[in-house]
Design a protein around this ligand. Sequence first.
Ligand code: DHB
Ligand code: FE
Length: 285
Amino acid sequence: MTTELKDFDATAADSGNRATERFRDSGKTVALQVPKERVSLLANEVLAAVYDTIRKHKVSYDEFNALKAWLISVGENGEWPLFLDVWVEHVVEEVSTEHREGNKGTIEGPYYVPGSPQFDSPATLPMRKDEGGTPLLFQGQVRAVDGTPLAGAHVEIWHADDDGFYSQFAPGLPEWNLRGTVLADANGIFALNTIQPAPYQIPTDGACGKLIAAAGWHAWRPAHLHLKVSAPGYQLLTAQLYFEGDQHLSDDIASAVKPELVLNPTARLEGVGNEVTYDFVLDAE
Ligand code: DHB
Ligand code: FE
């Protein structure tokens, strides 16, 4: 860790509001038309589950008002993307990828930024001269389910730094720090140099942090690399990779760890730091 980084004023409102703006700009809601029948069905079932909980636990007016105040503060802090990605997205990911034969994926989270700089493999992600953290050589092959190598596949990667901060969401980091798109070679093989990220704590000073504190939970996610792996004619794979031995693998606040997504890096035989190989298998469209 470098001391300057600890002085950053990385507040929940900073990262929350940036994640909210980023979602608004993402185009994900353009031309969205959910049929009336479907809206009615889902809204009625969610409300019915809420009524059941209120009756079962005899929820009081004080508790109802605490909830109202908290929901208002989630919006004021710009934390709806954080809340939904931590506590809801993992189940949407589960049902929308259940028929895949290739790699398991997991949640995207709130900190993806499209359009990162592209590099031919082997590549080094953009990073500061004195970037903290253990260097990591991450390599592998992108293939189809039948084993065909996917030439020129895109391996898009983004992750937190050694202090748990994401560029473009925490202040003071270079724009594309630890973000890049690596183009695999003619055999679908890619190699990239980065650093191992630190475990990540979701912001504790905003509404999501208040819920965690009020419930006596913890705010940690295990250290992770975020990835989007793509090739023309194949389904986009959104994944995260974790590290063996991380103390939060079994209690990730975002419930996004799967056993297939855990890396076990070893010390490099040549050069400093660690290396690990991980292959991606994509389902056809
Ligand atoms: C959140 C942050 C992440 O880095 C992530 O991968 C998932 C969720 C969050 O703060 O909501
Ligand atoms: Fe993350």
